[in-house]
Ligand binder design. Sequence first.
Ligand SMILES: [Zn+2]
Ligand SMILES: [Zn+2]
Length: 109
Amino acid sequence: MQFCPKCSGLMIPKKEGSKTVNFCPKCNFKVKEENPDKKVIKEQIKKGPSFKFDVVEKDSESYPLTEIKCEECGHEKAYTWEVQTRAADEPATKFFKCEKCKHVWRDYS
Ligand SMILES: [Zn+2]
Ligand SMILES: [Zn+2]
């Protein structure tokens, strides 16, 4: 049961097409039904555009060298750096760039 916010009269359900709306017979006030699509739109905004992953290669040769085997050429030294890819509370992703063949990969461990 719902009372009219305008005149405090008792509202009655009224069929409008496929949906039912609350309607005040005294002052003809009608309860506006919320757009059912609203919620969907909100969720889409929250998700935002899909996360794009960019490998940062610029100036990577100024990063420190570490001993790791390149999966491409077998060279055992690569430049290493870290990139914060997602939320700040998640660990940063480690990147490696082979000193010899310049192959770039990330640490999945
Ligand atoms: Zn009313
Ligand atoms: Zn290599």
